[in-house]
Unconditional design. Structure first.
Length: 255
């Protein structure tokens, strides 16, 4: 995996093309560290993509076959790697964009689900493939899939592990849109331009409100929403947004 920052955007590329960018625990840990390092003061967004013809084939099955840990040790490894990755993605205060250049399978599909935006090449395929190797969805998959596509469709994807094409993935809500291959970069760049124009710290607070309230009852959700709103009101971003609106100009948010 390699990463670079250009014009406020952190671009992370999974770079094991010979293995279809499969995730090992070490890759999951490295991606978690990347997401944890994001700072709304310096980053407007992070883009995740794959090198070669796959986004990610999910967990590295060859590594799974080694089975060097007992159940307790394996649990701790999952928590510290793929669990940490899930936490980092859900807690990020910077928006996450998946540029799905090819197949997203298993944990690769879960990373797409963890992203705030996902745009797919037309020939990409998607599969919640865990059951094929006798596993349950991880990397937040069991939590997020029903919320993205509905419980019945999540069961279909998770029980059957069937592949769906990019067009169906868009219809289901797994991705925002499947776009022609030669328009994928332009589509992502247009989104990034929009995100750059928004106050990233405020976007992070909106993200926090939406994620924190996923499991709350509505009264608790409203209380949490009100708390975050009171915090947002006291930020320079709010002050500048109001001033720009009243003065009829584009806002110049703090960087």
């Amino acid at each position: 995996m390699h990463a670079e920052t250009t014009d406020g955007v952190r671009r992370v590329t999974f770079d094991r093309p010979a293995a279809k960018n499969a995730f090992t625990p070490e890759v999951a840990e490295a991606l978690a560290a990347e997401l944890e390092s994001l700072d709304p003061e310096t980053h407007d967004a992070v883009v995740l993509t794959g090198e070669g013809d796959a986004f990610s084939a999910g967990g590295d099955v060859a590594a799974m076959a080694e089975r060097q840990q007992d159940g307790r040790d394996y649990y701790e490894t999952i928590v510290e790697t793929f669990g940490r990755l899930t936490d980092a993605a859900m807690e990020s205060r910077v928006p996450i964009v998946a540029r799905v250049n090819g197949d997203a399978v298993g944990a690769g599909l879960a990373v797409v689900a963890l992203s705030d935006f996902a745009y797919s090449a037309p020939d990409a395929r998607f599969s919640c493939a865990f059951v094929r190797v006798g596993l349950v969805p991880d990397t937040g998959g069991s939590f997020l899939l029903p919320r993205l596509v509905g419980l019945r469709e999540a069961k279909r994807l998770a029980f059957t592990a069937e592949f769906v094409d990019a067009a169906e993935a868009a219809d289901l809500g797994l991705v925002n849109e499947a776009v022609p291959a030669d328009e994928l970069d332009e589509t992502v760049d247009d989104l990034l331009d929009t995100l750059r124009a928004r106050p990233t710290r405020t976007v992070g607070m909106v993200r926090q409100a939406l994620h924190d309230n996923l499991g709350r009852e509505w009264r608790d959700a409203l209380d949490h929403e009100s708390l975050l709103q009171s915090q947002a009101r006291d930020t320079p971003e709010h002050e500048e947004g109001v001033a720009a609106f009243l003065e009829g100009r584009e806002p110049d948010y703090p960087s």
